[in-house]
Write a new protein. Structure first.
Length: 109
């Protein structure tokens, strides 16, 4: 991921946090996913393999699109928290913008 793309992803996550449209932490993410409130799941690229498997499976079960990006430290930092393995966007607008940025960055690689 380029530095510019990473900065844009962090910016979107920060705005979503300020708008209170993001769930982070294992319990909150799972609750949002199972409650059909999540629009997109972002998994930290350096999360433990077991955590990644768990979140991917949960996303598939709930029909929520997901991607891997950022580190646990940067994911937590941009939303004002400590390390986070995953964050669920609860707003369709933020989710579409983030998906678009991640798709554009993947296409460049």
């Amino acid at each position: 991921m380029t530095e510019l793309a990473e900065a844009k992803v962090k910016n979107i996550l920060g705005m979503a946090q300020r708008a209170r449209r993001i769930a982070s932490g294992a319990f909150a993410v799972e609750q949002a996913m199972r409650g059909k409130k999540a629009a997109f799941l972002l998994i930290a690229a350096d999360a433990e393999d077991e955590s990644k498997r768990k979140y991917r499976k949960l996303a598939a079960e709930c029909g929520v699109p997901h991607a891997e990006a950022l580190t646990r430290e940067s994911l937590g930092g941009c939303i004002g928290k400590e390390y986070r393995a995953a964050a669920a966007l609860l707003d369709e607008g933020f989710a579409k913008k983030l998906q678009g940025l991640l798709a554009i960055d993947e296409a460049k690689e």
